[in-house]
Design a protein around this ligand. Structure first.
Ligand code: UD1
Ligand code: UDP
Length: 367
């Protein structure tokens, strides 16, 4: 059974790594890997292939950046001939980025089965580009692999047949578990001169937080206050780096003595930074899940999350974008009791193996 696997943006690499490993170990599956090129900077792409030992992509579509329509259309145009040449039995997509919907749509229109890993997540916020990608990808997927119970409920409500959805756990946590020990050996704390539990990690890249100069300026004010309390480590996404500059905020960052604004870091260093942080402040999807497993308090600078299990069982808190609300939550976490969390069901490091077994059974059932 030939399966073309798609990756394109940073969070896809952590999800595709354990899947490629599980497929390589499964005789029934012949995996191919396609990189769309949505992310292309060395520190947004190649670094993860090296660290996570992801096989070299069989094809790189090299689409690069663009508006949503340009990027999605370019991926579709370049991916269609790949599907026609290789004639796979299925195309597997992960997550909710533009590469996800673009490749799912191409496959579905060519009559090729679509498998979606991380199906069913919903923020119920259609202003978020990823929500559109999630809803549309799920609507045309044949097998839907779900990471948390809310996903099953959402898909059932949307009329997805029960035999197409499978609660398998979280492939991103497979990668976390597989790399924890290696990450422990990272010397990034010494390099940055920060002590375990003595610093805050920040990441921001959602358009709702970083594209509007007024919102970005307000969040910058929050970071000024936080770094007065604890050193802040801020590996900055290229979208955010650009926006800090165009909004004229760079001098404010330069003036913050205890905030380190740095390029995005590799997975192992980042995992070490997360694990030893006092507090994490983020708008990332994946980091809400990783902090839940690491037991580190996570303040999510959003009004909603498509990953509610991180709120009910994990260490995540939604704190929105209002500076006072964010700082009140920050002080609460700093002064409060240690945050407790439970490991969500099936976030045990074996999700990719479950997915491989289900795909194998699907192949057998088709004969
Ligand atoms: C994308 C995903 C988002 C995901 C994020 C993970 C969509 C709609 N968004 O957002 O869901 O959370 O990736 O990081 O798919 N850029 C570079 N170098 C790169 C990549 C991007 O400089 O290697 C810059 C470009 O100016 C580009 C901008 O970042 O225009 C945004 O990149 P894009 O892939 O469009 O969206 P992200 O914000 O990265
Ligand atoms: N990450 C990383 N280096 C960084 C920032 C994030 O390795 O400098 C990892 C993080 O641990 C997680 C993934 O990137 O595994 C999350 O990606 P991102 O926040 O870009 O996307 P999202 O999850 O929001 O879609």
């Amino acid at each position: 059974m030939k399966v073309i696997n798609i990756c394109g943006a940073r969070p896809n690499f952590m999800k595709i790594a354990p899947l490629m490993r599980a497929f390589a170990a499964c005789e029934a599956i012949d995996p191919l890997l396609v990189h769309t090129g949505q992310h292309y900077d060395e520190k947004m792409s190649k670094l993860f292939f090296d660290q996570l030992e992801i096989p070299r992509p069989d094809v790189n579509l090299e689409v690069g950046s663009g508006s949503h329509a340009q990027q999605t259309a370019a991926i579709m145009q370049r991916f269609e001939p790949v599907v026609m040449e290789h004639r796979p039995d299925a195309v597997l997509v992960v997550g909710d980025v533009n590469s996800t919907i673009a490749c799912a749509l191409v496959a579905s229109k060519l009559g090729v089965a679509v498998f979606h890993v991380e199906a069913g997540l919903r923020s119920f916020d259609r202003g978020m580009p990823e929500e559109i990608n999630r809803v549309l990808t799920d609507a045309i997927s044949d097998l839907l692999f779900v990471s948390e119970p809310s996903g099953l409920e959402n898909l059932a409500r949307e009329g997805v047949a029960e035999n197409r959805m499978h609660f398998v756990g979280n492939v991103m946590i497979d990668t976390l578990q597989a790399n924890r020990r290696r990450a422990d050996a990272s010397t990034v704390l010494q390099t940055l001169g920060v002590a375990p539990k003595g610093y805050v990690v920040v990441t921001l890249h959602r358009p709702s937080n970083v594209d509007d100069p007024a919102v970005l300026a307000a969040i910058t004010g929050v970071l000024e206050a936080v770094q007065a309390d604890l050193p802040v480590v801020f590996p900055v996404h290229p979208r955010t780096r650009k926006n800090i500059e165009t909004a004229g905020l760079a001098p404010r960052y330069e003036a913050m003595d205890r905030l380190t604004l740095m390029d995005p870091v590799g997975y192992l260093d980042f995992l070490k930074l997360l694990a030893d942080a006092a507090v994490v402040m983020t708008d990332s999807g994946g980091i809400q899940e990783e902090t839940t497993i690491l037991g580190v308090p996570c303040l999510t600078l959003r009004e909603n999350t498509e990953r509610p299990v991180t709120l009910t069982q994990g260490t995540n808190q939604l704190v929105g974008m209002d500076p006072e609300r964010i700082l009140t939550a920050y002080r609460g976490v700093r002064g409060g009791p240690p945050t407790t969390s439970h490991v969500p069901d099936k976030w045990d490091g074996h999700a990719a193996e479950r997915i491989a077994a289900i795909i194998e059974a699907w192949g057998c059932s088709r004969g």
